[in-house]
Write a protein that binds this ligand. Sequence first.
Ligand SMILES: [Zn+2]
Length: 101
Amino acid sequence: MRTPLFFAGLMTTALGALFFLLGALLPTSGGAVPFLWSVPFVAGGLLMAGIAPFLKESEGPVEAPAGFGFCAFCSSYVKLDAERCDHCGGLQPWARQKVAR
Ligand SMILES: [Zn+2]
């Protein structure tokens, strides 16, 4: 059960219902546009709430493997003894501290 997704789906469905009501109640809208806006919100919200019980709960923050950190610029794995990222070439904060000493 992925609880946040379930409640987000309920709120999205409620927003779609609000759009549906606005389409019916507002005299200037002509009805068609707000009504059509409600369809993807209701369908998507029901889908989100419908699949949430079958997904496992998320597992908290991702951690880098031992000896690696995350690149400060592109979030790729970078070895802790490397000065620059292999992916984007960014100078890492731990290397910059070495240079300053
Ligand atoms: Zn990078």
